[in-house]
Structures are given as C-alpha cells and as structure tokens.
Design a protein around this ligand. Structure first.
Ligand SMILES: *Cc1c(COP(=O)(O)O)cnc(C)c1O
Length: 457
C-alpha cells in the first residue's frame, strides 16, 4: 500500500517533456488500412483527387502509410501548451469505491473550453489551412464538441468557419451553439435548406433530426462550391488519428516515468479518433512484437459499428458525395436513435482501427446507455469530474473490468481515455435522473436494411 501511494493522484508531464512529434501507427502495420476510393471510378484516391475537398498538407498526412513520426509545427505546440500536457489521473477514489485490487488510470482530455480531445486535431487542421492561405473551413458537428473545438482553433488563427450541426443537437444543446458563435463561427442546423443535398434529405425524410452523415454531405458541398474553402473532419480519417496520437504519447511518457505497464487500454469509439490516438504508441509496440496489451473499443448498443457492422467499403456520408472508405459500418443511411452520446452516433469507424480490429489486434464491446449513465454518475460522485456521455462508455467498461478483478483478485492495471466533460449534456443527465432514459437497440432487421444499401464493389 505505502509503495503504491508513491504514485501521485495526477501524473503531469512538464512542458519540456511534451511530445514534439506525432506518431503514425500505420508505419508499423503490416496490413495497411485500405485506401479511400473514388465512388465513380472505384480507383484509389490520390493527392490530386482529394485537393478540391481537403487541405494539401493534410492530404499528404492522410495518404502517408510509411512515415513513423511527423514533427508538430511550433505554432501548434504553442497552442497545445495552453491546455496540455493533460493529466493522467490515478483513480484511487474509484478503486476504493469499487473495492477492487485493480489499478485504474485515466487520461483526462476535458481541460479546455471545448471540453474534449477534439481540440488536438482542430488546431492542427486549422493551422495547415491557414498555411495554405485559405479563407475558411466548413465542417459538421454532432454533439457539438468538434464544432466548438474548431471554432476555437479558427478564432486563434483568424479563419472563417461554417458549421453544420446535426439538428437534434442544435435543438438539444443551444449552449454549445452559442459557444461556437462566441468564437466567431456560423452554425446551421442540418439537414438545412441551404444546400442541394440538405433539400434532398429533407424531402426524402421529412422531420428527420439529422445525422452526422447528412451534416458531412452539406459541409462538403459548401466547401467545394466556395472559393478558398476546404472541408475538415473531426474523426475517422487517418490524419485525425495521427494528431490524436499526442494523447497516447503523453500517456505512455507519464506511465514510463513511474515504470507502469498497463494490462488493458480502454476507450470509447465513435469514429475512432480518441481511441486511435490513445492506443497509438502501445499498438505500435504490439505490432512490432515488443509488448502485448488488451485493447478494448467501447461503442453504444444503439450504434454498434464494430460489434454488429460489416467490414466493407461504404460512403462516409449520407449524401454519398464523399470518397468510399473501407471500414466497419452499419451503412451510410443508418440513422441511429436519438441516444445521448452524440459523438458516438456515426455509422462507420476509422479505417485504421477497422483494419486492426479485423486483424485481431483489438476487441470491441457495446453497452447500453442507462448502464453508461449509471457508471457516469458513480464516477462523478467518486472522482469529482462530470464526464461526457461518450467518455462514460469507457468508464462503464473500465469499471466492469475492475469488478472482474475484484472477483479474481487480480491486480490488473487499467488505463482508459476520459475524453471530455458533460457540462453541455445536462438534458441527458436530466432524463437519466428523472428515470426517463431508454435503451434503444436496433433490430437485425433495421441493420439489414441499411447494410443492404452498401455501394456495390
Ligand atoms: C467526439 C467525441 C468522442 C468520439 O469521437 P472519436 O473520434 O471516436 O474519439 C468521444 N468523446 C468525446 C467527449 C467526444 O467529443
């Protein structure tokens, strides 16, 4: 016990111990993630094909399967220093409350105004757009965390920003919308009547509350039809996982300081960016055969791409204007029930994580939202932090694993990603507290329908 306590509640790195390079896990993968392909020609998309949509430097990062490390530009490092390094917390209070011999650590990414890890990639993407001399960016946002993060990044660099926000969140989360507007972004509920694709989706699904897939289509349309604008995406893409590797590199540096070796690493998975970032250096060791870790992705039972989806080429968006990506998917016209973890309501999954999952390097589980909020509440009452519903998926499984250790007496070391805070999710907490939260799980029939519409290859 006394030796144990030598590990502080919070392991901070000094500024000069912060990673100065991002790590590209693809460099160590034998089976590389499948390339994005053109939906028309079915050919892999190269640099020139992607230029109308994405910024040049980001395309290079997207397509680079071989370079192991990318230097983080100084201006991005300076921005990171405003809110990083983020703490790695030893959850002593939670361990005690659970009565588990397991040692639980969490990497907390909620210490910035946007309230999540998304700022790590937002600032990188905005930086390369600015360097390219662009006027502005367009994007989609689900729960609002990505839009908020990008608004902060664009304000810092003096870029214009147009955000399409999934309608259900726009209505449920007016305060997020106001944070974005305060940072200078314009925010439009999606599907809107401002784009061709928005009009079409509204006509085909009257009264729809939208989805990330719809909002992506709208944002891409606006970027490609306005001079000096490009589209940026907050998850799924290889470049986003690259930027998010800062989470894992810091985590590893902090653990190494105290000689701690985790047995398992757990993270929630929406499009896969926080999990991909958190596990990156550990997965690198695993791929190189140096170490072994259990790696667990946690997804909502209402949107179970890993656990019930298929591994196939699919559209990244509902409007079918984006490239096709090979990933675990529920079908691009799958619109999940209005569950409260908005950041996890995406039909697909990062191609990198999809390949790693297909190759057996990681596991996945799905959990129901009432059990997630039960875990969130327990966590808030013991560790003090009010967690985001998305992050609480990881909390739930970390607690489950810690309780298994209680039964077996094993002192396993568990690390999980606490991706953000839940201050803007209080409608969800209200539903839970009032006993009005339900668990909607799609039937096999529901999934069959959307999976049947995968593009023919
Ligand atoms: C967006 C978001 C997620 C899910 O996105 P990933 O790309 O899978 O990381 C998880 N937690 C929070 C707080 C988010 O904002």
């Amino acid at each position: 016990m006394s030796e144990e306590k030598k590990i502080p509640y919070k392991i901070y790195l000094n500024e000069n111990e912060m990673p100065t390079r991002w790590y590209n896990v693809r460099s160590d993968m034998k089976n590389k993630p499948a390339p994005l392909i053109n939906p028309g020609t079915k050919e892999p998309m190269g640099f020139d094909d992607l230029r109308p949509v994405f910024c040049d430097e980001l395309i290079k990062q997207e397509l680079d399967n071989d370079t192991a490390y990318f230097d983080i530009p100084q201006k991005i490092l300076d921005f990171y220093k405003m809110y990083r390094p983020s703490p790695l917390v030893r959850a002593y209070c939670l361990e005690e409350a659970l009565g588990t011999p397991a040692k639980i650590y969490y990497k907390f990414e909620g210490n910035n105004t946007s309230g999540s890890h998304k700022l790590n990639s937002a600032i990188a993407q905005a930086y390369y757009a600015k360097e390219q001399g662009l006027k502005g960016l367009t994007t989609e946002t689900g729960a609002g965390q990505w839009g908020t993060a990008l608004s902060m990044a664009c304000a810092y660099l003096g870029l214009d920003l147009k955000v399409f926000m999934v309608k259900v969140s726009y209505e449920q989360k007016p305060f997020r919308r106001e944070v974005m507007r305060t940072y200078g972004a314009s925010v439009t509920p999606s599907p809107s009547m401002e784009t061709q694709i928005g009009k079409k989706i509204n006509a085909e699904h009257p009264g729809t509350t939208g989805s990330l897939g719809c909002a992506i289509s709208e944002a891409v349309e606006v970027a490609t039809t306005n001079e000096g604008y490009r589209y940026v995406l907050g998850s799924v893409l290889n470049q986003v996982l690259l930027h998010q590797s800062i989470i894992g590199l810091e985590t590893k540096a902090a653990l190494d300081k105290y000689g701690i070796v985790p047995d398992m690493i757990i993270g929630c998975a929406g499009g896969g960016s926080n999990l991909g970032g958190l596990i990156a250096p550990f997965m690198g060791e695993k791929l190189r055969g140096e170490k072994d870790y259990r790696i667990i992705a946690v997804e909502p039972a209402s949107c179970p791409s890993f656990t019930r989806g298929v591994y196939a080429y699919d559209f990244c968006d509902t409007g079918m204007v984006c490239p096709l990506a090979k990933m675990y998917t529920l079908g691009s016209d799958f619109i999940p029930s209005a569950n409260h973890a908005g950041g996890l309501r995406y039909h697909g999954m990062s191609p990198i994580l999809s390949q790693l999952y297909a190759d057996g390097y990681m596991e996945a589980v799905s959990v129901e939202q009432t059990s997630v909020f039960e875990a969130a509440t327990k966590f808030a009452r013991t560790e003090g932090i009010l967690p985001a519903p998305e992050s609480s998926h990881a909390i739930k499984v970390a607690m489950d694993e810690a309780l298994k250790c209680k039964e077996t007496g094993e002192e396993k070391t568990i690390v999980f990603g606490l991706t953000g805070t839940g201050y803007f999710d209080l409608v969800a907490y209200q539903k839970y507290n009032d006993g009005e939260m339900t668990d909607y799980i799609p039937t096999d029939e529901d999934l069959k329908k959307s999976i049947a519409n995968l593009p023919p290859m």
